[in-house]
Design a protein. Structure first.
Length: 294
């Protein structure tokens, strides 16, 4: 019994250490904004299906409200606002986003701080966020809005030989809510028949293994669709089209595809025409025969 207790304690310690490692905060230094240089840092703390964002920087003025956002794209110009953050006031801001860190790093994002609500067009600090590096045998796709609602998230396909592991990580649809998810024939947003059922998404997560290779899955048009709940399965909250596999290309394919051209006449290469050579040949042949008869 004592040995079992020790083993259980060791296992709990291992799990705790792994969890702590997975939740390690990441601190980045702000670079200059497009129009000014305020400096400071931003810290991201992954918390399962949430991400805490903490900004510390020199004050932009006593009590001044400085808008801050996570934008699509890169510094200094940045793209559209994707995740609003709490305004920076006296150099401080803290926001808890209801989205997993994996979703933020699946595509290029940046954090941008503005001078004030009145001078929002003046960018004072900016930093690009790192992109996640998927495994060599994995591909990650970002969910787009579903036909009827929007539920941000990502789905990762991992090739495991003749099977494919499908991992969904998205904003939770409600504590304990069972959200059906499937691989469908056809494309978003309407999708077609169900090709492969997936494990229901619960608290934003789902993992399934389907009996088809990734190559086979992408050989024809498929999409992944998530539903609001088992009771509201007709409401589509997230969808993404899987890309079709690229057609075979390269020199070998080009050679195989090129028809063989059979010449109908010999090409001219700059010498005497073939007809003239034949005429000369016949003439000399006639002279030769004439000489022999004499």
């Amino acid at each position: 019994m004592r040995r079992l207790a020790v083993l259980l304690a060791a296992a709990a310690l291992t799990i705790s250490a792994a969890t702590a490692s997975a939740q390690t905060p990441l601190t980045l230094n702000f670079g200059p904004g497009r129009d000014a240089n305020q400096g400071g840092t931003v810290t991201f703390t992954p918390m399962g299906q949430q991400t805490k964002v903490t900004i510390n920087m020199p004050s932009g003025g006593a009590g001044v409200q400085q808008p801050a956002h996570i934008h699509a794209g890169t510094c200094p110009g940045v793209g559209a606002v994707e995740f609003p953050l709490a305004n920076v006031v006296d150099g401080k801001s803290e926001t808890t986003l209801i989205v997993p860190w994996e979703l933020i790093t699946a595509t290029q994002h940046s954090v941008n701080v503005h001078r004030s609500a009145a001078e929002v067009a003046v960018y004072t600090a900016c930093v690009n966020l790192p992109l996640a590096t998927p495994a060599a045998n994995s591909r990650t796709f970002v969910f787009k809005p579903g036909r009827d609602a929007t539920q941000p998230g990502i789905v990762t396909l991992t090739d495991v030989g003749s099977q494919t592991k499908v991992s969904i990580n998205m904003q939770a649809g409600g504590a304990g809510v069972q959200q059906p998810a499937h691989i469908h024939v056809g494309s978003c947003p309407g999708v077609g028949a169900i090709a492969f059922p997936l494990t229901n998404v619960v608290d934003g997560r789902s993992e399934s293994t389907v009996n088809v290779s990734t190559a086979q899955l992408m050989a024809s048009q498929h999409s992944i669709n998530v539903h609001k709940s088992t009771a509201e399965a007709a409401v589509y909250t997230a969808c993404v089209d899987l890309p079709l596999a690229a057609a075979t290309s390269g020199p070998a394919a080009a050679t195989a595809a090129a028809p063989v051209q059979v010449p109908t006449q010999l090409p001219r290469t700059g010498g005497a025409p073939l007809g003239l050579l034949v005429a000369f040949g016949v003439t000399f042949l006639g002279l030769g025969l004439g000489v022999r008869r004499r």
